[in-house]
Design a protein around this ligand. Sequence first.
Ligand code: ADP
Length: 289
Amino acid sequence: MLCIRQLSLSYADGTQALCDINLQLPTGMVGLLGPNGAGKSSLMRTLACLQTPDKGSIHFANIDVLKHPMALRQQLGYLPQYFGVYPNMSCYALLQHMAILKGINDSTHQKQQINALLELTNLSTVAHKHVSTFSGGMRQRFGIAQALLGNPSLLIMDEPTAGLDPAERERLHALLVTISQDKLILLSTHIVEDIENLCPFVALINEGHIVESGAVQSLLAPLQGSVWQSPRRPSSDRHILSESYRFGLPLYRILAQQQPNAEAMPVAANLQDRYFYELAKKGHSDAAH
Ligand code: ADP
């Protein structure tokens, strides 16, 4: 269980990235969903002890994370959104270096673990190539391999599917589901589908605030029975949850107690509906002020 209380973070230029975050996250896969700029990376970096918050507390298992960051690092795997520049080293050598930093010093154990992770992330055949020459997807898989070194009990992954092609994305999903049995995997993304596929628990974040959190089914319950899909725009824009296209034709998802137009069909609410509902609610309340 990860317990975050009254966590706030601002940057030197005065940007308030996190405002009074309160969250209790269970073991398993947890999604952190929000638009770009919502504060996801700021929260991830703060949880990984790479930034110090202005106030608040973080507890993981029995560790007071802000007081004992080294104790957390022993149990943490972190996949950042950007790695920055890669040193001029092979994938294998870089993993070896990172293993040592994580305290995996025994050479047999180290070799076994690195080989298993290379296999898992499908990088065995390129293990001796420099990471700096890797494609986006290969770099992402390298990032996942390094995050899994030491079998961490808390895995923080910032936009893990960025840059992956559909097959790689499926493979990563399967991998995450397999390893999530005894870990807390916190996955940040703006891709609702990734969370719907993987996470039984979700937190929605917008403008530095947690808008909602809970089991996905409980977040959908209030909208069930009121979501419609129609190729025709409803009379009031206030009812539109989302507007997309299918085979080049418009498709509206509409929130309404009664059938909004003759073409509208009732559909089951999904996480994207709840996400857009929360964003629209915020937009309306901003407009009213
Ligand atoms: P997300 O990961 O959801 O896209 P971020 O955590 O990156 O959001 O950003 C949250 C807010 O903090 C944004 O307004 C962003 O511009 C701002 N921000 C992020 N990093 C910095 C920084 N180093 N200095 C100043 N502002 C920042």
